[in-house]
Design a binder for this molecule. Structure first.
Ligand SMILES: [Zn+2]
Length: 261
């Protein structure tokens, strides 16, 4: 059984059997790795608190021949991201990001740039930056890194350069990008998009990570752009992410409005 060593972040975890834990990591050198941590739920487990959601650590695991699941040997904490878990809003947006990442990436498909993006997002969630913006910037870059970049520079059907003045367009997920209003097919697989939102998404793509986190955007425009990314994520995953549904319920319970994704 080959032993592998890599930096990784815990992106999912669930109880397994009486005392074990099934943990999903996103690893810098291996992509998504699902592994069994034997005895992790015992009171004096050698894993301690290392396998909490968002924790970054040095992962040591064995490949197993009989299953896709690895055997987790050890996970030494590099950064716990405890403050992200302890604040409900940060926890919700962080959970949304790791759920999207986990559901859109295949096992053992390394993407160090995506790993770097995940870490930047969790670090942003530790700062006073608004959590919805961190999640939004994550989604905007993650879809590109996962190979689902949408073309926004022109209408994919007639070639008219965007944005289309004061006119809106439609983001056609099947076509892979923007189509202008006259070319849009009613009921096609996509979402309507204002000219301002097209310009905003294009601008945010060109900004550095820190600039994108700080960029001043009208709240209504940010909500519209975040909604587009949320729709694209749901389309790529095949259903609305579980954490989106949870967030909607939590927001209702807390009486908070706006600020998606
Ligand atoms: Zn057109």
């Amino acid at each position: 059984m080959p032993l592998r060593k890599t930096q990784a972040v815990v992106i999912g975890r669930m109880a397994l059997g009486e005392s074990d834990r099934l943990v999903t990591f996103y690893a810098r050198d291996c992509g998504k790795v699902r592994g069994v941590a034997k005895g992790a739920r015992r009171p004096r487990s050698r894993f301690g608190s290392g396998l909490e959601l968002f924790t970054q650590g040095q992962l040591l695991f064995f490949e197993t021949e009989r299953s896709d699941l690895a055997r987790v040997d050890s996970f030494d904490i590099l950064h716990s991201f405890q403050s992200v878990r302890e604040n409900l809003e940060r926890l919700m947006y962080g959970s949304w990001a790791v759920e999207c990442l986990g559901r859109l990436s295949a096992d053992r498909d390394p993407n160090p740039a995506l790993y770097g993006l995940l870490l930047r997002t969790l670090k942003a969630l530790e700062t006073p930056c608004r959590p919805p913006r961190a999640a939004f910037c994550f989604a905007l870059r993650a879809v590109d890194l996962l190979g689902h970049r949408l073309r926004l520079d022109r209408c994919l059907k007639c070639g008219t350069p965007s944005p289309f003045g004061s006119k809106s367009g439609r983001l056609d997920f099947t076509a892979g990008g923007l189509v202008c209003e006259p070319c849009a097919t009613y009921g096609s697989d996509g979402v309507d998009l204002s000219g301002l939102a097209v310009g905003g998404l294009r601008r945010l793509r060109t900004l550095s990570w820190d600039e994108a986190l700080r960029a001043v955007l009208p709240p209504a425009l940010e909500v519209e752009m975040a909604g587009v990314l949320e729709a694209q994520m749901a389309r790529l995953i095949g259903q609305v992410p579980r954490t989106t549904r949870f967030r909607t319920q939590a927001r209702r319970a807390l009486g908070v409005n706006g600020g998606s994704p």
